[in-house]
Design a protein around this ligand. Sequence first.
Ligand code: DQA
Length: 143
Amino acid sequence: MKVLVLNGPNLGRLGLREPGIYGSTTYAGLVALCEDTAEELGISVDVRQTDHEGEMVGWLHEAADHGLPVVLNAAAWTHYSVAVRDAAAQLEADLIEVHISNVHKREEFRKESYLSEIATGLVVGLGVQGYALALRWLAGKAG
Ligand code: DQA
């Protein structure tokens, strides 16, 4: 099984970006965590990050066209992008929404997600380990 792990804006700056909120793991560390977890689980992952909404929409179309499950941290787009939601709504395989921080403990605007209604499930507030948990759940389902 192949899983796309898609990350939205500013997540390329993990480790540098507000470490008190997002932790000290760098984006390279997050990619390594996902790849190591996938290897352990016997699945394959393709981990990507973009600051460009159209690129994210294209990746979601690719996942839809190939029937691939997606682990998605849409970052700020979560809270306002109808385009990302409409692209994610085309997925037939599972969509797991991940947030590193507990968005419900933060500003009001972070409590709204355009994605939760169409996601299979969510992992929120468990740091970068949330990605590993999402992959474990997907692999368990496939196995
Ligand atoms: C985030 C939470 C979002 O509110 C924020 O815009 C992000 C990261 C998280 O992983 O905690 O960029 O999705």
